[in-house]
Design a protein around this ligand. Structure first.
Ligand code: COI
Length: 354
């Protein structure tokens, strides 16, 4: 892929790395690439960060034909910059695109684009412990038509944001409300795809949960509202009687890169991992009788996030005395150790940006 690069002449002031929050600051440049039926993907460029002109009749604005990804670049103590499993994000975007009728971007092109942009933005990869550069690739239809038909014109964009912890609480237990009224996904729908529509339809539940003092909602399956699926911005795992349980990837749950990595690590550490449906009633019982030892979310933004309390229909269970679990923190330290280059990477998951 031939990427043309135009550097900004007005670089932004970098934010205080101790107070980055999540997704509040954008870097100086972005990657863009266009698609049309005649040329396929073409016009790959890195340009100064700025507004994108979109026609008011663009399909994305009306019918949400869009998919996105999230990955991070990490600065090591010897000043190298590492990406974590970027080809998994590329493949997941291809799966999402197939579901949303968006042309696939070749894995090599996706990874090359990410690397090229991170190289240009190298100074934006923060140094403060616990920080990283969040990378947000997204693709959307710019075809102009109000009728609901196949689109033939698309744009792929990558932007970056230096970030700290996703939750204001940092790496500390969060409170989760089990959602009873709304559902996120059903079989045959788009639950497995990383598309904006899934997140748009989750916002009402999220707003209600936040109003009541919870960080996020835990989604139940859309058919029986009985089985635990995932949390707003992360997959979720439970340690019950020493074994790990998490919802299977069967069409309604997002196939998380962090989820996959943690399952690999847990199995290598000798844990039994059940990728199977867990009924919310059983989970609450396990919470009450103490066999639910730990719960944690996994996600690129959330990393490994301890869950300290679940509320289902007004009944609350506190997990591990609302303290960070031992296994949760061991996983957090090991995974982030690989990502920040502190630990050896026996899996070959990290790729250096040079
Ligand atoms: C990520 O973890 O990368 C996500 O895309 C979740 C998003 C809600 C921040």
């Amino acid at each position: 892929m031939n990427i043309s690069i135009t550097k900004t002449t007005t670089p932004r002031q970098k934010p205080d790395e101790k107070n980055l929050g999540f997704g509040k600051y954008m870097t100086d440049h972005m990657f863009t690439m266009d698609y049309d039926a005649e040329h396929g993907w073409h016009n790959a460029q890195i340009i100064p960060y700025g507004k994108i002109e979109v026609d008011p009749a663009a399909v994305v604005l009306h019918y949400a034909q869009e998919t996105f990804e999230g990955l991070k670049a990490y600065r090591t103590s010897d000043d190298r910059i590492l990406l974590f499993r970027p080809e998994m994000n590329a493949k997941r975007m291809q799966n999402s695109n197939r579901r949303l009728c968006i042309p696939e971007i070749p894995v090599e092109d996706f990874v090359e684009a990410v690397k090229a942009l991170v190289k240009v933005e190298a100074d934006w990869v923060p140094r403060e412990p616990g920080t990283s550069l969040y990378i947000r690739p997204f693709v959307f239809s710019t075809d102009c038509q109000i009728g609901l038909h196949t689109s033939f014109v698309f744009k792929f964009v990558i932007v970056c944001s230096p970030v700290g912890a996703y939750y204001a609480a940092g790496v500390n237990p969060v409170k989760i409300l089990v959602e009873e009224e709304f559902v996120r996904a059903v079989q045959g729908g788009t639950g497995f795809a990383k598309c904006g529509g899934n997140y748009a339809s989750s916002m009402l539940a999220q707003a209600k949960a936040e109003e009541k003092g919870y960080s996020q909602v835990l989604w139940l399956d859309g058919h029986e509202r009985k089985y635990v699926e995932e949390v707003g911005s992360m997959n979720i795992m439970f340690k019950i009687n020493g074994e790990i349980y998490t919802a299977p990837i069967d069409g309604t749950v997002l196939p998380g890169v962090t989820r996959d990595s943690i399952i690999h690590i847990l199995k290598d550490w000798g844990y039994t991992v059940h990728e199977q449906r867990v009924a919310i009633d059983d989970l609450m019982k396990a919470g009450q009788d103490g066999s639910l030892e730990e719960a944690f979310g996994t996600g690129t933004a959330a990393v490994i996030s301890p869950v300290g309390l679940l509320d289902y229909k007004g009944t609350q269970v506190t997990i591990n005395h609302f303290e960070n679990g031992e296994l949760t923190m061991k996983l957090y330290n090991y995974l982030t150790g690989i990502q920040w280059g502190r630990e050896k990477d026996p899996y070959g998951w990290t790729t250096e940006v040079k």
